[in-house]
Design a binder for this molecule. Structure first.
Ligand SMILES: C[S@@+](CC[C@H](N)C(=O)[O-])C[C@H]1O[C@@H](n2cnc3c(N)ncnc32)[C@H](O)[C@@H]1O
Length: 210
């Protein structure tokens, strides 16, 4: 297990992740606040009503509960993560009437094809050993007409971007090209592909045709 994955599995990180680690590092990496990321996630996933939402690599549930709060009776959000310390924090800090958490691996999801109306994965694909297989799994469990949204690393074509790739490589974080996810989404038949880059992060969303 590389440094980045070991860090994510550590109880000390789980304890500070939502309040300190994520707001600080994601602000540095993207210039964006957690509140903006949450608001845009709800918009990108087009959440409302009784939709069923899957939050892959949910960490301490810092997005999962927020996403569930956009839903009404009958809707729910499920967070999946492999880290026990992160899931313990999710249950303690981000429980709610329409939220559930499950331990699992993003590369082999225990759900039927088309089971969810919206699927997301924020801040994790660069940690997962086979991120493209995990993305294919997300699309497999997405219902026709459903929305997918990811946030992950982006290779900037400047000295800062090259430095981030070296640091990323040493720590085990992967840095993705501009075209990797739009191309994969197109290959998987998704439409309405939208990509925004903020500093070192990319935000990509798409629709599975009805
Ligand atoms: C940086 S946290 C992201 C938490 C939250 N989604 C966010 O945006 O703040 C990354 C999470 O990915 C999880 N993770 C990494 N590889 C995974 C895998 N193969 N399957 C499930 N979860 C994984 C880690 O346990 C960690 O909780």
């Amino acid at each position: 297990m590389n440094l980045a994955r070991r860090t994510m599995n550590h109880p000390a990180l789980a304890a500070v992740y939502e309040r300190a680690w994520r707001p600080a590092l994601f602000y540095l990496a993207s210039g964006r606040s957690t509140a903006s990321d949450r608001r845009d996630a709800v918009r990108a996933l087009r959440l409302s009503g009784d939709k069923k939402v899957l939050d892959i690599a949910c960490g301490p549930g810092n997005f999962t509960r927020h996403l569930s709060e956009s839903l009404s009776e009958g809707g729910f959000a499920v967070g999946v993560d492999y880290s026990e310390p992160m899931l313990a924090r999710a249950v303690a800090d981000n429980a709610g009437p329409r939220v559930g958490y499950l331990r699992g691996d993003a590369r082999a999801l225990p759900f039927a094809d088309g089971a969810f109306d919206a699927v997301c994965c924020f801040g994790a694909l660069y940690l997962i050993p086979d991120p493209l297989a995990a993305t294919r799994e997300m699309v497999r469990v997405l219902a026709p007409g459903g929305r997918i949204a990811i946030t992950t690393s982006h290779r900037a074509d400047n000295p800062f971007g090259h430095a981030s790739r070296i640091v990323g490589g040493l720590s085990g974080l992967r840095v993705f090209d501009h075209e990797t996810f739009p191309n994969l989404f197109r290959e998987l038949g998704l439409v309405e592909i939208d990509q925004n880059v903020h500093r070192l992060l990319q935000y990509v969303s798409a629709t599975r045709p009805a």
